[in-house]
Design a protein around this ligand. Sequence first.
Ligand code: FE2
Length: 137
Amino acid sequence: MVSELFHEEELAREVARKLMAMAQRSADDASAERGSLLTFLRGPMERHMRYEEAAIFPHFQARGLAEEVQVALKQHAAVREATEALASVAQADVARSIVNVARLLLHHTNFEGDYIYPELTRDEWRELMKETVRQGI
Ligand SMILES: [Fe+2]
């Protein structure tokens, strides 16, 4: 069960790593992933962030982790901003925009992996992952 749940968290990291490698190899290949990346960012990633904001972060704030929560919230805002930028950027700048999103995703998953998730109980973690993989918004 736990390894299954961690798999979901790994997904964002995997997506980010692959896209960065792809962008270094071929800007055109990376650009071709714009649509699927936007689907991921607006679907699973958005639900994940919303659930954290509604159900996870308030508990952490109450437990004295207000600073960590503030950092995570700023990172969520940056991911959302970069998502909208990617959606509207001109074709010539898509690869650069994808690298920017990928970097933010890696930065954020590393931060949460180090400072947020270790503080979650097993049940809290399970609920977060259930919400992330839920269909629809
Ligand atoms: Fe997050």
